[in-house]
Design a protein around this ligand. Sequence first.
Ligand SMILES: Cc1ncc(COP(=O)(O)O)c(C=O)c1O
Length: 400
Amino acid sequence: MSTIAPVQAHAPHLACGSEALRALFPALARTTYLSICDKTILADPVRGSVETFLDRLAQASANRVDHEEMVTASRRKFARLVGAGEDEIAVMRNVSDGINSIATAFPLAEGDNVLLALGAEHPNNIYPWLHQQRRGIELRNIPASEGHIDVGALVSAMDARTRLVSVASVSFAPGERTDLMALGTECRKRGIFLLVDGVQSAGILHHDFGQEPIDGFASSTSKGLLGLYGYGFLYVRRAWLDRLMPVHMSRTGVSADNDDASAMGDLRYTPRPDAQRFELGSYNLAGAYAADAALDLILGLGTKAIEAHVLALAEELREGLQRLGLPVFIPRLPAHLVTVGTVDAGGHGYSTDPVITRYHGRLADAGIVSTIRRGQLRMGLHAYSNRADIEAVLQCVGRS
Ligand SMILES: Cc1ncc(COP(=O)(O)O)c(C=O)c1O
């Protein structure tokens, strides 16, 4: 039993785009924020939860077990968010942590292959796999023309030695959404593990792993999950858990019949049967407190409602920018990232196209926060975005 007062849960009666919701994000009072695809903006209840953690630390008013209730609560809430069992969720630091946990635990033998579209993925979903080539596996690169993840090409590349496919749910640029239903169905037929880098969609687009045929999903809380850097989640489908043996191990990953964190017991140990076998040592507790409050907010809004809201606004923004003659990227599946310009005409934070550079600067001067990735101007939407944000962009871009 906890001896400390619980953190005040946020009252979940807010609508997407409403002034009441926007008022929770201080940054929105001075900016039009279109950069959730880069990093989150802190909501007051999330900050409040972290401050509670800091106060408890300062006052020595909670012990480790008390603090870790927030880890447990955030794990449970993330499971609810994505339609998973609590036993299928591990707390991680970030996407890299989750992907590496699977890559290193996965039973890969020499001659097995892993499929990846190098031209569409974030480096943190590439290096973990390049590194696995040491084990004698073949990394098959599926061409991604203009950053497009071609599900048909991925399926065509599968053979009897394909063990795993790793894809982004939404690419960081040009913001393409992968057809996880189609890809997952083909993977499932062949017993192939489908791993998803979900950081661009988590907390914004609706996920239901009871329906989506995916096997792993890695995210940090530093973007759409509205939390802090250095805290995240890894989903592992229950059916795979006993085949995935973590490379690293500590007390948190071991089955024990008590929570005495400093006692060894005897030297025989059993890795936990659930996804917590991947958890390693002490937690980022500030991250857990933040995630707990942020997940209350997101669950209160509901990801079905958030998805419908952001997709409608993204469509409006694309149409408006097209009307103004801008080279807008048209995604094959509706997505909440709006990108403009040619993929790879530039890189992280810069474009070789003077038009993109000019618009990015003009938006910044007007207090509109956007990013440039792979040379494209990129704008990302979340539940707090509203039509005034879209109008502000169109007005700014349309000024002669
Ligand atoms: C698609 C994608 N994957 C991964 C990351 C980051 O990975 P990590 O959480 O390991 O820093 C980002 C953004 O920074 C991203 O956009």
